[in-house]
Structures are given as C-alpha cells and as structure tokens.
Design a binder for this molecule. Sequence first.
Ligand code: ADP
Ligand code: MG
Length: 299
Amino acid sequence: MLTENTLIARYIAPIAQDINDDAALLSVPEGYELVVTTDTLISNVHFYADDPAALIAKKALRVSLSDLAAKGAKPYVFTLNIALPSPFNEDFVREFFKGLAKDMKAFDILLIGGDTTSAPVLMLTITAFGLVPKGKAVRRNGAKAGDILAVTGTIGDSALGLTQKQGYYRDRYLLPQPRVSIYEFVQKYATASMDISDGMVGDAQKLCAASKVGATIHVESVPLYQPLNEENLVTALTGGDDYELLLTIPTDKFIEFKRDCALKNVQLTAIGTVNASQELKILHHNSLLLFENKSFEHR
Ligand code: ADP
Ligand code: MG
C-alpha cells in the first residue's frame, strides 16, 4: 500500500528541491519581483478522470505557466498540492510525476514544496512563481486607444476538442501550449496582456474593462486551425481552455513583435483595434455578432 510518506519519498523528493523541511525559502534576485499565480484542477471538471496521468500533470503545470507568460514573467518555482483518491494508485502516481518532471525540465521551473492528501476525487493546485524585472510585469490594464489587439496561436482548438475522442483538437485540449518562449517579447512590446482561459470574447471584454477601453474584433481575422461552420465558430470564440495570449501592442511595434514571435515559432495575429469607447464589438463580415454566453463561468 502506497502511503503519503512513501509517495513523497519515492516520487516527489527525487524531482523536487530539498523538501526535507516544514517550509521552503524563496529568495528573489536583486532587481526582480515575483509574479504569483495559482490554479486548481478537479477531476471531471477540468479533465476527465481517465485522461492519461502524465497529461493531467502537464496540463496542471501548463495552465499556470500560461499565466506567467501572459505577465511577461520567466518561470521560477512552483508548489503542488495533490489530493488523490484512496487507496493511492501507484501506476497513476508514477506516470503523473514522470510527466510533471518532463515539463519541469522543458519549461525550466523547480518544484519547491507542496502537500499530499487523499480526497474523494483527484484535485490539484499549483501555485507558480515567475520572475520579472521590477515594474516590468504586463497587466491587463495598460491597453491604449489605437493599439492593435492580437492573439498567439489559433483560437478555439481546445473548446472544439472537449467533445472529441481523438485528433488535432483533442490533442490541443489535453495538452495546451503555454507561450513561455515569448515572455521577454511580451515584456518588451505589450501594453496589456492576459492568457485566454475562459473564452476569447469574454476574456477580451475583461481586458477592455481593466484598461477602461473598447475594441473592435474582426472575426475573419481570428486565426483558426481550419474554417468552421457558424455553430463551431461560436464555440471557438467563446469556449475556454485556449491558453493562448491576448495582447495589445502599439501599432508601430506590431511588425517587430510579430517577427520576434515567429523566430520562436509562435504565430501572432492581429484581430482588431483598441478604441476609446467602453464597448467591445465583434464584427463578422461587417455585421455585429452577439453572444448568449461570452465565456465560461463555473456555476
Ligand atoms: P508538513 O506535515 O510539515 O506539512 P509534509 O509531510 O506534508 O510536511 O511534507 C513534507 C515535505 O514534502 C514538505 O517540504 C512539503 O513541501 C513536501 N511535499 C509534500 N507533498 C508535496 C507535493 N505534492 N509536492 C511537492 N512537495 C511536497
Ligand atoms: Mg503537510
């Protein structure tokens, strides 16, 4: 029987920083500050209980990495709280931490502590800390009238994958691609930034509200993996779990930003413009699109 202490010693200690203590110490390099984000993922709410363990682990970490990238922060360290159904399934645990270790390496982030408990269903909370030069974090509130509104990657893939068993969309749902590789460019060029996690339209509205601006989005410009019918288009524009970035950029810097992103194999696409109204307008072939639900909310 795998107990809490054996689980920690066998699977967590080998991939974590010295966790032989009550708490971790965290120092911040001179001239930097910490960006902190926390997310909880719950079985059958944020993933399916029978999704592969390694992918559940990676997704949990990537969701947090996406928030750090959005703020222009470099991944630094994280904590992991995991509650597993009892009795602990050692195969699941092994695969979970193998997958987690792979992504920790790929994204250059260290595990510094956490908590391990049992619960009726699998629950994960990751709190991630990123580093950014003091005052350089990019907030949601910096968008200015005249800025270009842009997104990374393609929109709606994950939402379309939610109901599929396999294929491109399913893979995108299971394993988001956090835009960590462009964090420095976000820092350098973006006036405002957020990661798209609850649906592009609703999240654009959040960014506009935070910046006290309006915007017009042209649906024809929104990057899609492939052309969609009306119903799927609405799902793509309002469905959650994209983990792409929504950014505003001064017009004279957009080309340079786009070019830098391309060097990192990240597609950056202008989808609209910021204006001084307080309203977000979504235009499709010049007619106004209205949505019943602009984004996903737990209820
Ligand atoms: P305490 O009872 O003092 O909270 P624990 O026995 O819960 O200590 O944990 C022992 C050490 O193992 C701590 O340093 C803790 O941060 C670490 N730890 C426990 N669970 C995890 C986990 N899921 N991920 C990373 N570190 C963990
Ligand atoms: Mg504890």
